[in-house]
Write a protein that binds this ligand. Structure first.
Ligand SMILES: CC(C)(COP(=O)(O)OP(=O)(O)OC[C@H]1O[C@@H](n2cnc3c(N)ncnc32)[C@H](O)[C@@H]1OP(=O)(O)O)[C@@H](O)C(=O)NCCC(=O)NCCS
Length: 175
């Protein structure tokens, strides 16, 4: 079954589409995803439809990140990557991510946090190996145990993956 992909800014989603995204992500991640979704300011969704239903999804939002002592970069920060359980293993998640990776070409880099790094490595993502830091109230807090991955766009310069990677604090999940 072919997957039909559409890319839609969060502000342009219909209430029905928002409901479908929340339902898919709540079930995939085992949490009430609505408040988390609302916290992703400036998000853009990639929606994958089969059988006339939303079966696969990912989104990105702009997020400043600093690699080492370099300038703050604008990352496309990826969230809510999910495929409906009945539709997994058919390449739908891969198709959604490939579309997303094309769409974020204008960003300095892509970034995400994951528990399944092997799945993203297949798609060209690289694991950040240096310290992951969160800037909160002017202080840098280490976040050991997190797995953050980055994706090079045509705009990405040389990256030292063993340097620190810093993001500003945010509610819910910091990475
Ligand atoms: C992760 C997830 C989005 C994958 O969606 P999917 O549509 O089933 O993925 P695809 O069908 O495109 O990919 C399947 C391929 O990935 C491979 N794969 C699956 N898990 C993998 C892993 N941990 N490491 C490497 N490869 C993996 C499979 O072997 C398969 O490869 P093949 O196509 O060569 O046979 C889906 O399992 C999901 O929604 N999980 C729950 C939510 C989640 O964990 N999201 C990601 C967290 S950031």
């Amino acid at each position: 079954m072919a997957l039909h992909l559409v890319t839609v800014p969060g502000a342009d989603l219909t209430p029905e589409q928002v409901g479908d995204v929340v339902e898919l992500c709540s079930s995939a991640f085992g949490i009430a995803y609505g408040p988390l979704l609302e916290s992703f300011v400036g998000r853009v969704h990639v929606l994958g439809y089969a059988d006339r239903r939303l079966v696969a999804h990912a989104l990105w939002l702009p997020r400043p990140l600093q690699a080492g002592e370099g300038p703050w970069l604008t990352a496309a920060y990826v969230e809510a990557v999910a495929t409906h359980p009945d539709y997994r293993g058919r390449g739908y998640g891969t198709a959604v991510m490939r579309r997303l990776q094309q769409e974020i070409a204008g960003y300095d880099l892509g970034a995400l946090s994951t528990g399944v790094p092997g799945w993203y490595e297949r798609l060209g993502w690289m694991r950040w190996v240096g310290p992951l830091l969160i800037l909160k109230d002017g202080e840098l807090q280490p976040t050991p145990g997190e797995c953050v991955m980055v994706y090079c766009t045509p705009r990405t310069g040389e990256l030292d993956l063993s340097a620190s990677l810093t993001a500003r604090w945010r509610p819910f999940e910091v990475w």
